[in-house]
Design a protein. Structure first.
Length: 236
C-alpha cells in the first residue's frame, strides 16, 4: 500500500508566477502539488481540510481592488479561514498582502517600485526565525504596494524601501513580501510578462537579467535552507 501523500494547494494569480523553485523542494518532501487558478476556479469550493500546506502566490493586482476583481473577496475569506485554523500557510508578495488584508490590515501603494535584488535586514523579532537562513543573500523584490502590519504582529525583516518584508501570524504561517521562489531558468518569463511595469519604472530588463545570473546559485541555496527550516518547524 502506497503512503498517502501530503497536499500543497497553491493559489495562483498569474500563470508564470507559480511555485517556481519551491515546487521541487516540496515534491522531494512527499507533497503532491496542486494549483487553484484565481478568478477561474471557485474559492468557495476549496476543502481546506484536505490541504496540508496552502501557498498564496504573487501577482500584479491590488489587494483592495475588489471592484475590478470581485473574487478577491472570496479569496480573502478563504485565507482568513486558513489563518483561523492555525494550519500551515505561506504567502508570497501578493500572497502576504492578502494575508495581511485577511487580518484587517490595509495594503497601500508605496509611491515607488521596489524591483531588483537586495538583502534583507532582519529585525530583532526576525532573527530567531527561518528567515535567518537567508543570511546576506540578496533577494528578488518586485512590488509597488506594501502591507501594514496586522494588529499585535511584528515586522520580521525590512529593506530601505519597505519596512515590512515579512510577518508571522502564528507558528505555522509566514508572509513574505519578497520573492524567494523565482526559478532563474524561467526568469525571462517575468521580464516578458512584466515589461510594461519595468518600462514605466525605468528599469532595463538586461540589468535584471544580469543580476539574476549573478545571484542564481545563492538564491537557490538560500531558498532551500529557508524552506527546510520552516517546514521542519511546521512539522511538514
Amino acid at each position: 500500500m502506497r503512503p498517502v501523500k501530503k497536499t500543497v494547494l497553491a493559489l495562483r494569480h498569474l500563470a508564470f508566477e507559480d511555485l517556481g523553485l519551491i515546487g521541487p523542494l516540496l515534491e522531494r518532501r512527499g507533497f503532491e502539488v496542486r494549483y487553484h487558478e484565481a478568478g477561474v476556479d471557485d474559492f468557495a469550493a476549496v476543502d481546506l481540510g484536505t490541504v496540508d500546506l496552502l501557498v498564496v502566490l504573487g501577482g500584479p493586482i491590488g489587494v483592495e481592488d475588489e471592484e475590478r476583481f470581485p473574487w478577491l473577496v472570496d479569496e480573502v475569506a478563504l485565507i482568513r479561514r486558513r489563518l483561523d485554523s492555525h494550519r500551515p500557510l505561506l504567502g508570497i508578495c501578493l500572497g502576504a498582502q492578502l494575508m495581511a488584508r485577511a487580518l484587517g490590515a490595509h495594503v497601500r501603494p508605496m509611491g515607488v517600485k521596489e524591483i531588483g535584488f537586495a538583502p534583507l535586514a532582519l529585525t530583532a523579532a526576525g532573527q530567531g526565525t527561518a528567515l535567518a537562513e537567508l543570511g546576506t543573500q540578496p533577494m528578488l523584490h518586485w512590488h509597488g504596494d506594501q502591507f501594514e502590519l496586522p494588529a499585535d504582529l511584528a515586522s520580521l525583516a525590512a529593506t530601505p524601501v519597505c519596512p515590512h518584508q515579512a510577518f508571522a501570524p502564528h507558528d505555522a504561517a509566514l508572509g513574505l513580501q519578497f520573492h524567494p521562489e523565482v526559478d532563474p531558468a524561467r526568469f525571462e518569463q517575468w521580464l516578458v510578462g512584466h515589461i510594461d511595469e519595468l518600462t514605466h519604472a525605468g528599469i532595463a530588463p538586461g540589468a535584471l537579467r544580469a543580476a539574476m545570473a549573478r545571484e542564481a546559485s545563492g538564491l537557490k541555496a538560500a531558498l532551500a535552507r529557508l524552506m527546510q527550516r520552516w517546514l521542519d518547524q511546521t512539522l511538514l
